[in-house]
Design a protein around this ligand. Structure first.
Ligand code: ADP
Ligand code: MG
Length: 355
């Protein structure tokens, strides 16, 4: 167990997953508060950092603050107007999903400021957010995946070749989003065009995948250089695929099965592949690895890695650890300890060069 620390929970963020982050942050703050002093920093939709007075994250309000990129300032949160010191967190915990939070940008600021933070570093966050890069790294390490193509613009010839190679249906996804935003399934050439237009509204880069009829299973990974995999869970979406509403709508009937009803050999292989995916992107701290398990063939296909998975008390990541014998508050404590461990190792590295 770590000593009592001041942990700054950053939440909200300039992304389509702002609301989801609020929900994750509520439970993270509550869990952390059992052992630590929690500071809540709302990043509003405009990107302002607002330090809130209490230990519970609120959807609005707070004193505008900033963190300087200078390591000499010790990670202080300073009031925007007069630079007065308002707080000095020991650890930062970015409970942010999607662009500007999970993609390496806020991690870059933490690196510059030389403060410990929970989760993956700059490069691992960036490549995990970008489905095209993520897939390239997975294939470099020989991980099984669906067939896919990356498109940068509407182009009739390339689109025809893509459908010839992948067949129908296909899944069309903006490369850099999450929570199924902009993801479409197309079962005809016309629908493919519509899905591409929709995806290009969100990103300059679009990934097109062979659509498979599959069960969806997920594993939670925890650790730094020696990561461990949790029990395996299964998502049973309440509609054709696991879209935004089936993930978050209050009336969603999507079910989580923990543990997933799988034979022991499949469970073992999913856990092994989860750790391999974590290593493939060089993740740190935590990640949830999602799989498609093709019904007809039993093929286990890595779908994606999320370096800041949903973290409400009913989210898959904490529930998988709970089922593996690690309660919520202890899980958070482990994440804080992993952040400190990584930070102290990095601080010992040489930054000079010479004889
Ligand atoms: N190639 C595919 N074949 C079948 N279903 C898919 C495929 N890709 C995605 N899906 C469905 O779409 C959902 C969202 O896709 P995903 O790649 O996980 O996007 P996100 O990063 O937004 O969560 C998945 O949970 C799954 O239900
Ligand atoms: Mg997903």
């Amino acid at each position: 167990m770590t000593a009592r620390l001041r942990v700054a929970v950053l939440f909200g963020g300039r992304s389509g997953e702002h609301e989801v982050s609020l929900r994750s942050a509520e439970s993270v703050a509550r869990g952390l508060a059992q052992r630590h002093d929690v500071l809540c920093v709302l990043i509003d939709r405009a990107g302002r950092w607002l330090l809130q007075p209490g230990p519970r994250p609120e959807g609005s309000g707070g004193e505008p603050v900033f963190l300087t990129p200078s390591p000499t300032d010790g990670g202080r949160l300073r009031r925007l107007t007069d630079a007065a010191e308002l707080a000095r967190p020991d650890v930062f915990c970015p409970v942010l999903h999607g662009p500007y939070g999970e993609d390496g940008s806020v991690q870059g600021l933490f690196e510059l400021a030389a403060v410990p933070y929970v989760g993956a570093g700059v490069a691992a966050s960036g490549v995990s957010m970008d489905k095209a890069m993520m897939k390239a790294l997975f294939s470099r390490d020989g991980l099984p995946q669906v067939e896919y193509r990356v498109l940068l613009a509407r182009d009739p010839l390339e689109e025809r070749q893509t459908l010839d190679a992948l067949g129908l249906p296909v899944f069309v996804k903006p490369a850099n989003l999450g929570s199924s935003v902009g993801v479409g399934r197309a079962a005809s050439a016309e629908a493919f065009g519509v899905a591409l237009d929709a995806a290009f509204e969100y990103d300059r880069k679009v990934v097109v995948e062979e659509g498979v009829d599959a069960r969806e299973v997920e594993v939670a990974v925890l650790g730094n250089d020696d990561p461990e995999a949790s029990a395996v869970g299964e998502i049973v979406p309440d509609r054709e695929f696991y879209d935004y509403d089936s993930k978050y709508a209050d009336d969603s009937r999507t079910e989580l099965l923990i543990p997933a009803p799988l034979d022991p050999a499949t469970t073992r292989e999913i856990r092994r592949l989860g750790v391999a995916a974590f290593r493939a992107v060089d993740a740190c701290g935590l990640a949830r690895v999602d799989f498609l398990l093709e019904r007809s063939s039993g093929r286990m296909l890595v779908n994606e890695i999320n370096t800041m998975p949903g973290f409400t008390s009913i989210s898959m990541y904490p529930r998988l650890w709970e089922a593996s014998g690690l309660p919520f508050a202890e899980l958070l404590d482990r994440l804080v300890a992993l952040a400190l461990d990584r930070h102290s190792r990095r601080a010992r590295l040489r930054t000079d060069y010479g004889p």
